[in-house]
Design a protein around this ligand. Structure first.
Ligand SMILES: [Zn+2]
Length: 212
């Protein structure tokens, strides 16, 4: 340690200059391990400097006003578009309702047409119950034409063995069959020009043969 008075070098442990007797320190040196000193220095450095007083600026105010205006505008647009959307939806609902009504009307008229047709069919059937022919059924195994009787036959007023007798047909007599009808239990009947029916064939016999 150099003396501040006489500039001479003193031993490290001396507190007073061994040459001139002046104190080597203003205050006796306090013993601090260097580590602690470092920590103190660090702590001092770590302490945050007091935050600088924020400058009073008008920018945040302007930003707030602009944001507020944007929000108000956004809300206004949302309301306007919401109203228009709901109006459009109402219009669409009305259109759908109209379409449904039209649909109902079309359906009703279709139903009416169908009923009318059914009525007409029923009426036609009532008028001639034996004229009914289902186009989807198997085609008749017999064609209209001239037939010859294999046996003495009975003419009836329907394609059924229980139908009323209307006349007869002798064996080998020929008869013109205008249409062929299916009777009960796999029997086929020919309708003559006079409107009578004669059995052409049943599971047991073939009564009429086609004329050559
Ligand atoms: Zn000295």
């Amino acid at each position: 340690m150099k003396c501040r008075n006489c500039q001479k070098e003193n031993p490290e442990s001396a507190k007073i200059c061994v040459f001139c007797g002046k104190p080597l320190y203003d205050t006796p040196p306090a013993f601090h391990p260097p580590k602690d000193e470092e920590e103190v220095v660090l702590k001092k450095e770590e302490q945050p400097s007091p935050a600088p007083q924020p400058k009073r600026s008008k920018t945040p105010m302007i930003v707030a006003i602009v944001l507020g205006a944007l929000i108000v505008l956004g809300l206004a647009f949302a309301v306007i578009f919401g109203l228009r959307y709901s109006q459009q939806m109402d219009q669409k609902d009305e259109q759908i309702q109209d379409l449904l009504e039209e649909n109902d009307q079309a359906w009703e008229s279709l139903q009416e047409e169908r009923e009318a047709r059914q009525d007409a069919e029923e009426k036609a059937q009532e008028e001639d119950p034996w004229e009914e022919e289902d186009p989807w059924e198997d085609p008749m195994p017999f064609d209209p034409g001239t037939y010859v009787a294999n046996y003495n036959m009975v003419l009836r007023d329907g394609p059924d063995y229980g139908a009323n007798r209307t006349g007869s047909l002798k064996k080998d007599q020929s008869v013109v069959i205008e249409s062929v009808h299916e009777g009960a239990s796999d029997s086929y009947w020919g309708k003559t020009s006079s409107g009578s029916f004669v059995c052409i064939q049943d599971p047991d016999y073939t009564y009429l043969r086609k004329s050559e």
